[in-house]
Design a protein around this ligand. Structure first.
Ligand code: IMP
Length: 436
């Protein structure tokens, strides 16, 4: 009989920034391969090395564990300048990942004109402003779908690099006009080659690499970026990113089959945050929202923007649990809710006609007027910060968490009670027990 796969996916269940990086960091030591499979430098997580924080955007979080091999899959977008800066910053802290890194030759490259187009839409032109990170993510994925993208493998063929770039570049020039002041194609090509030179030996067939690793019995950790409600198909379209950040993107972004997956951890905060525009029925535009933002330090890692804050939203999380087949929740930042007199839980939605919704709206128009049904719970005066065992949680927090699990239709597999590695615990009797 075949053994169940030990491979594990860590995916976001809300609008990103759930704290996936902490779980990846806690678990990486048990995995030989850590893989990013979608998104680009719109993602961001802060890791602490020798007491100093480094913001990583594209390098998999497993970088900190010397035994982990790092894979950047085909579904990822790379900004080579940022990638090189991240590798350099790690190197300055004594972490050299170059011998344990493989980048898919199919991964697409974010080019300067993609960034210019993203910013043109968001800024000056304002024709389709949704509050992107301005990193060129949408246009780079558009070029991929329009078959005008440039891939990491193209860097190994410098003689055709300009030809690969020209169609997309010309289209952006037409759209943006001469005032856009884009660098010339020649300048872009030579800059790309300069950045790529030290990486050329690290570009290869990541699908084969991962399949071989599996055949050797190694375990793979899949590190999601962004989250289900930002998924281009299953999120709050059009206020989404341009990749599949839920489970489907894992398979297209690695080339592995669904049979390669063991368990799925869905990561959510004990409350809800979102950056950028779009529906968020749980949003609190009052002092309570401000308090969550201040205590939870809810400001973007990538852009520094203040995040919108609200109570835990069970309808969106349940949707994400179902979409991803999450086996359990990684529930983060419970301690941020310490000391509130009351805490809320969004248990359901009603539409503008007062009807109860049993699934999420699909269209932006149908989100308008959606109202949350909020159940209030007594808060806890005893702090949860740093709690490392279920028995040590205040009883009011247990009541809240039990209701949250029931409403989200998933058990908590890991509870985080603070930013440090040892602040939190694996839920007894669940699959992470003994792993963290
Ligand atoms: P884009 O991914 O830059 O195109 O931005 C599209 C939407 O996704 C915007 O609302 C962004 O704020 C949001 N977004 C993209 N990446 C992240 C992330 O890592 N965390 C939270 N929100 C994100």
């Amino acid at each position: 009989m075949t053994q169940p796969s030990r491979n594990l996916a860590i995916l976001g269940l809300q609008w990103g920034d759930e704290g996936k990086g902490k779980l990846v960091d806690l678990l990486s030591a048990r995995f030989q391969q850590v893989v990013r499979f979608q998104g680009g430098n719109n993602a961001g997580h802060t890791v602490v090395v020798n007491g100093q924080s480094i913001a990583l955007h594209q390098v998999p979080s497993g970088a900190l564990h010397p035994e982990c091999f790092l894979v950047v899959g085909s579904g990822v977008l790379l900004n080579l300048e940022v990638f090189r800066q991240e590798l350099d910053r790690l190197l300055q802290r004594g972490i050299d990942v170059t011998d344990r890194l493989l980048i898919s030759e199919k991964a697409h490259i974010i080019l300067p004109h993609h960034i210019a187009l993203d910013q043109w839409r968001e800024g000056g032109a304002g024709v389709n402003k949704i509050g992107t990170t301005g990193r060129g993510i949408g246009p780079a994925y558009e070029m991929k779908a329009a078959r005008m993208g440039v891939r990491m493998g193209d860097l190994k063929h410098p003689e055709t690099l300009m030809d690969r770039m020209r169609p997309g570049y010309n289209e952006v020039c037409i759209l943006l006009g001469p005032d856009a002041a884009l660098p010339s194609l020649e300048a872009i090509a030579s800059q790309l080659q300069a950045w790529a030179q030290p990486l050329l030996a690290r570009i290869g067939d990541t699908q084969a690499h991962l399949m071989n690793a599996e055949a050797r019995g190694e375990a793979i950790l899949f590190e999601g970026a962004q989250a289900t409600l930002l998924d281009i198909d299953h999120g709050t379209y059009p206020f989404v990113t341009s990749s599949n950040c839920s489970i489907g993107g894992l398979f297209t972004g690695t080339g592995l089959s669904p049979k390669s997956l063991g368990k799925v951890i869905g990561v959510a905060k004990a409350y809800t945050t979102r950056v950028g525009a779009g529906p968020m029925p749980s949003e609190l535009l009052d002092a309570t929202g401000d308090r969550l933002r201040e205590v939870g330090r809810e400001f973007g890692t990538t852009t520094g923007r203040p995040r919108r804050c609200g109570w835990f939203d069970a309808p969106i999380t349940r949707h994400a649990v179902r979409t991803n087949g999450a086996d359990g929740l990684g529930l983060m930042k419970l301690d941020v809710m310490d000391g509130f007199e009351e805490v809320g839980l969004v248990t359901g939605y009603r539409n503008s006609h007062g009807e109860v919704l049993t699934s999420l709206p699909s269209c932006a128009q149908d989100w308008l007027g959606v109202k949350p049904e909020v159940r209030m719970f007594k808060g806890w005066s005893q702090a949860t910060r740093g709690v490392r065992a279920l028995a040590d949680l205040p009883k009011e927090a247990r009541v809240y968490l039990d209701a949250l699990m029931e409403a989200a239709e998933a058990p908590i597999a890991y509870l985080s009670t603070g930013p440090d590695r040892d602040e939190g615990f694996a839920w007894p009797g669940l699959f992470l027990e003994g792993m963290i």
